[in-house]
Design a binder for this molecule. Structure first.
Ligand code: PLP
Length: 381
């Protein structure tokens, strides 16, 4: 349980539930419990909340409401995109999957699994800032490529990809383009019309955990992962998580409304924290600062310091931080993202990711700096 004194700088892992989302969820956690697929009045109330949320999410990402398919998470949305597109494309004679080297495990492990079931998987390298090499991408796609999958923004370092250029290369080969916009949604005006498939998740934007969506551009054909009652146009059966979906819609709308003011404020705090870390602690290397980057991310490696003991010491000092992806923290494997960016393997085990959010204050930057400096000094003793 987070104590009141904890300084939370791990917004890339998850975000606090915002008030608008909590309020939108409240009725559906109590009396308004009806199954949204039923026919009576209370069910119609649940159904309306779902359709309102669908409209809110569609409008926030430049999509049509009927293109939004609700899922149980961002991970599920990525799985639906990759497996659903691959299975459909195989029937059309396409069996290639091309992805960036720094994809989240929700994409990378899914592609790996598809590779074991007969698909050809090609991993495209990134440059030193984590940007996909477009020349290599052009060489990797061909007339048998089913799907190109490159994330909008990276979860560990925050690098934002040139999504429009990547989409053009995929389309030039007649392939579908999927983008994981889970991290981007809070800080970047995501335009889902650039891609065929766009994955988003509620809990990264102040919504609840356990709800996501895949935006499936009109006319794009994919196979479902989950069969059953035929909800979501047959693409995602199961009784609706009405409260979760209502919270997701409210969170996305609030996040979009605050973005223009939030980004420069958070970016300024992040830049101050980054500069101060470099100035105060010898041997700090910033990863991914030379390319467009999400406003809240700073990822550093520190000479002579391992990631995990550093995170544990910071935790003891009341600072919640991460050594990279939340899903891989606790592992001593070097970050595949940093390795792909050319960071030496020995250093890539020692990353520290601090990710700021709307409630991060000026004073938090100083507190974080003191905590990291003290922990590093202790580990170097
Ligand atoms: N994709 C990216 C880039 C992420 O950062 C995450 C979560 O860390 C996911 C996908 C998975 O989303 P969810 O936690 O909703 O399954």
């Amino acid at each position: 349980m987070q104590t009141p004194t904890t300084l939370y700088l791990d917004h890339a892992a998850s975000t606090p539930l915002r008030a608008e989302a909590r309020a939108a969820m409240q009725p559906f956690l109590g009396e308004a419990f009806a199954n949204a697929s039923s026919l009576y009045a209370s069910a119609r109330e649940s159904r309306k909340a779902i359709e309102d949320a669908r409209e809110h999410i569609a409008s926030a990402v430049g999509a049509r409401p009927e293109e939004v398919v609700f899922t149980g998470s961002g991970t599920e949305a990525d799985n639906l995109a990759l497996k659903g597109a691959a299975w459909h494309a195989r029937e059309q004679g396409r069996d290639g999957i091309v992805m960036g080297a720094t994809e989240h495990e929700a994409v990378a492990k899914t592609a790996e699994w598809l590779g074991r079931t007969g698909f050809r998987v090609c991993v495209v390298p990134v440059d030193g800032e984590g940007v996909v090499r477009l020349d290599a991408l052009r060489d990797a796609v061909d007339e048998r490529t089913a799907l190109v999958s490159v994330m909008w923004a990276n979860n560990e370092v925050g690098t934002v990809q040139p999504v429009g250029d990547i989409a053009a290369i995929a389309r030039g080969a007649g392939a579908l383009f999927h983008t994981d916009a889970v991290q981007a949604l809070r800080y970047v005006p995501v335009d889902a019309s650039l891609a065929d498939l766009t994955a988003v998740s509620a809990h990264k934007v102040g919504g609840p955990k356990g709800v996501g969506a895949l935006v499936v551009r009109r006319g794009v054909k994919i196979q479902p992962l989950i069969h059953g009652g035929g909800q979501e146009r047959g693409l995602r059966s199961s009784t609706y998580n009405v409260a979760g979906i209502a919270g997701f819609g409210a969170a996305v709308t609030a996040a979009a409304a605050e973005r223009a003011a939030l980004v420069p404020r958070i970016e300024a705090l992040r830049d101050r924290l980054q500069a101060a870390l470099c100035e105060r602690i010898p041997g700090v290397h910033v990863n991914g600062s030379g390319a467009p980057r999400l406003a809240g991310h700073v990822n550093v490696t520190i000479d002579g310091v391992e990631g995990e003991p550093l995170i544990l010491l910071l935790d003891a000092a009341g600072l919640a931080a991460s050594s990279g992806s939340a899903c891989t923290s606790g592992s001593t494997e070097p970050s595949h993202v940093l390795v792909a960016m050319g960071v030496p393997r020995a250093r890539a085990t020692g990353a520290l990711r601090l990710s700021l959010g709307p409630e991060t204050s000026d004073g938090d930057v100083g507190r974080a700096l003191d905590a990291v400096a003290a922990a590093v000094a202790r580990l170097r003793r």
